[in-house]
Design a binder for this molecule. Structure first.
Ligand code: G1P
Length: 294
């Protein structure tokens, strides 16, 4: 079955970014000049997704407005002959023409697994993608979600995107255990949410992209809390292992963890340096800063 739908859990409170997230969703924080969540929506569209399901909570109105038309702003810009800026608005509007964006509310912050479970009736019986917009992954050719969808088409399995991380960082991620790989795919034998460095079964971390099968929803229906007393997506995936095939793909692409303040600043700097018009100004500034530090 093809993967047509992608769930975007976007109900988090963004506490790592307070105070800026007090009255604004963290998904709307800019990476250079585009909100973080837009990178994810663009990736989903480029991967052939037809419906994006945003699981939101209170205070997320700005996300809805961002993907909607702004007739007032268009009118204002048209009157002032600002075709250049209208063009930018048109690019955002085109996204919601290429994909249906549906919103559903998570009633309480009970964890990633619960957020995904909230979307169950909208994906009933279908394999679907899950995309964590904090994890921005940029690929020259084949978007990472498409790499996962292709792996699912080949195997029929639940697929996780993984990358090796330093042992000192394993406690931030879901970590897989594998008994070997073929065709570039690891056979997953276990997944542990946020293990300590000593207990981690490997250094292969799940980085925010999944294709999950209906069996994972069956497990989520139990609502069993895990690490941090939250309902974890990887716990539900783990419970399907043995009866259902689970694989992990070491993806290709540039990964930016925008979910922490240092990671977010790094992503902004690196993406700005890729833009020619900004690099000209930034490069001398960075040199000057480095020279003048004591
Ligand atoms: C979530 C998942 C974790 C995954 C991580 C990737 O954790 O629960 O398994 O490795 O995203 O960024 P969070 O970052 O929300 O704590």
């Amino acid at each position: 079955m093809t993967v047509r739908k992608a769930i975007f859990p976007a109900a988090g409170l963004g506490t790592r970014f307070l105070p800026v997230t007090k009255a604004q969703p963290k998904e709307m924080l800019p990476l250079v000049d585009k909100p973080t969540i837009q990178y994810g929506v663009e990736e989903a569209i480029a991967s052939g997704i037809e419906q994006v399901i945003m699981v939101t909570g209170g205070g997320k109105r700005a996300i809805v407005d961002h993907f909607d038309r702004s007739v007032d702003l268009e009118h204002y810009l048209r009157e002032r002959d600002r075709g250049d800026l209208l063009q930018i608005l048109a690019e955002v509007d085109r996204l919601s023409e290429q994909v249906d964006i549906t919103y559903i509310q998570q009633k309480a912050p009970r964890g990633l697994g619960d957020a995904v479970w909230t979307a169950r009736r909208l994906v009933e019986g279908e394999p679907c993608a899950v995309l964590l917009a904090d994890d921005v992954i940029l690929c020259e050719n084949n978007p990472v979600l498409k790499q996962l969808i292709d792996a699912h088409a080949k195997t029929g399995a639940t697929v996780l995107a993984v990358r090796r991380v330093p042992r000192s960082q394993v406690s931030r991620y879901g970590i897989i255990a594998t008994n070997g790989s073929h065709d570039g795919l690891h056979e997953v034998t276990d997944v542990v949410e946020k293990p300590s460095a000593e207990d981690a079964p490997s250094d292969l971390a799940a980085l925010g992209r999944y294709v999950i099968t209906p069996a994972v929803f069956d497990e989520l229906s139990r609502g069993t809390p895990g690490a941090g007393k939250e309902i974890q997506l990887v716990d539900a995936i783990k419970r399907t292992i043995g009866r259902h095939h689970v694989v992990a793909l070491e993806f290709e692409g540039d990964y930016y963890d925008t979910g922490t303040v240092p990671g977010y600043l790094r992503a902004n700097l690196m993406l700005a340096m890729k833009r020619e018009e900004l690099r000209g100004e930034l490069e001398p500034l960075l040199r000057e800063l480095l020279q003048n530090r004591d």
